[in-house]
Write a protein of this length. Structure first.
Length: 405
């Protein structure tokens, strides 16, 4: 058994990496709020340029994830985070100091590399803590996701508010300074090692269990991070706000921002609790099936016109269920990765998640254009249920085969 002090140390490392990630996210998430509205401050004059700048970092990450995984197999997590912080500083300073599409495009590509290092480094730190504590991954996954998500919340709220009254340049430079200051605390991660289990050394890298987890990660990112997030303002704009006239005044974009803010505000409390609840379950499948069933039903109701209070409640619940599903799947992949192939597993999972998030907006708007609102959400609902049930079945078959061997 490990002492409480050891558990505290491993938990603290996860929280520290999550906090560093949160600070590095400030400049990136601020752009999602200010660039579509104050594009002229950045020398951007068309919406297609805004779209490219806000999405190019995802497409940069997809092909480099395997190389980031190789990097972390050779060097400590601390080394990768230092490089990520420096790249974040360069990109965030560039947002505040440079103007024009091409210069900002380069800065966004640099951020893509920084985020890939941050994301995989954070996930590997969670796996290290899971092994040190000899526990499941739900609690630590919830802690990491909730703390790092605070950066998105602060970046959107503070960055958006300050930009409205004082401009974007100074606050972005300040966010860059904050990112640079995290170099003062990253040294505390010295000595982070992950011990491979001998029982895992012979495990095949790709099998039915891992494939199901990666497909689930891709699907969740496609539906919630890609499709739902990118089309949220579209659905908001189609509702009737007669019951709450104030919402008619502030507009669809502001309402969308408020909905995402509510979700991000609740995540730090909600995600760790879900993680602990998942850890108490033998497999986590009961919570997964229940959450999937409710989320799928809400997706079907999502495009319908109804009392605005009911619709907003459905939307907030759907956003929170996305946190539940992603926390559970992250916990499963972290638990699976406690072995010799963790770097390849995490890099593959990160690549699948980014692919889903990047493809979500394209598929979402294409389906809406050709199939209509209702058919699109029915398709998303069916995809969610189908992938979840197939994933559970494939995992059970694989586990049984492994036990027989």
């Amino acid at each position: 058994m490990l002492s409480n002090q050891t558990k505290l140390n491993s938990d603290t490392k996860v929280k520290l990496v999550a906090a560093i990630t949160a600070v590095c996210l400030l400049g990136d998430t601020m752009l999602y709020v200010v660039l579509p509205i104050f594009g002229e401050q950045f020398g951007i004059h068309s919406l297609w340029e805004v779209g490219v700048l806000l999405s190019i970092n995802r497409f940069v990450r997809i092909p480099i994830h395997p190389y980031i995984g190789w990097f972390y197999s050779k060097y400590q997590i601390k080394t990768g985070l230092i490089i990520a912080i420096l790249l974040t500083v360069i990109s965030t300073f560039s947002y505040g100091m440079l103007n024009g599409f091409w210069l900002l495009l380069i800065a966004r590509c640099i951020w893509g590399g920084a985020w890939a290092l941050l994301k995989q480094g954070g996930q590997l730190q969670v796996i290290a803590a899971i092994e040190e504590n000899s526990e499941k991954g739900g609690r630590l996954s919830g802690i990491y996701n909730s703390i790092s998500g605070i950066g998105a919340l602060v970046g959107m709220l503070v960055g958006g508010f300050v930009s409205t009254f004082y401009g974007s340049d100074n606050i972005l430079i300040l966010f860059g300074v904050f990112a640079f200051l995290t170099l003062l605390v990253v040294g505390k991660l010295e000595g982070t090692h992950v011990i491979a289990k001998k029982s895992d050394e012979k495990r095949s890298v790709f099998n039915m269990e891992l494939i199901s987890l990666m497909v689930m990660g891709l699907m969740l990112s496609l539906i919630f991070q890609g499709f739902l997030k990118s089309t949220m303002s579209y659905w908001v704009g189609k509702q009737d706000y007669t019951w709450i006239p104030f919402l008619q005044v502030i507009g669809a974009a502001t309402i969308t921002g408020l909905l995402i803010t509510v979700k991000l505000s609740l995540d730090p409390l909600f995600a760790p609790w879900i993680g602990k609840l998942n850890d108490r379950s033998a497999s986590g499948n009961r919570i997964l099936i229940l959450s999937t069933s409710v989320a799928s039903s809400l997706l079907i109701l999502f495009p319908l016109k109804m009392n605005i209070v009911i619709w907003l409640s459905i939307t907030i619940l759907l956003l929170l269920l996305s946190t539940v599903l992603m926390t559970i799947n992250d916990a499963k992949i972290f638990q699976y990765s406690t072995g010799n192939n963790r770097h390849r597993v995490i890099s593959g999972y990160s690549m699948a998640s980014d692919l889903g998030a990047a493809a979500g907006p394209l598929f979402g708007f294409s389906f809406i254009s050709f199939l209509g609102d209702t058919s699109t959400t029915w398709a998303a609902s069916f995809l969610l249920i189908f992938c979840t049930l197939c994933g559970i079945l494939m995992t059970r078959v694989h586990v049984r085969r492994r036990k027989k061997q």
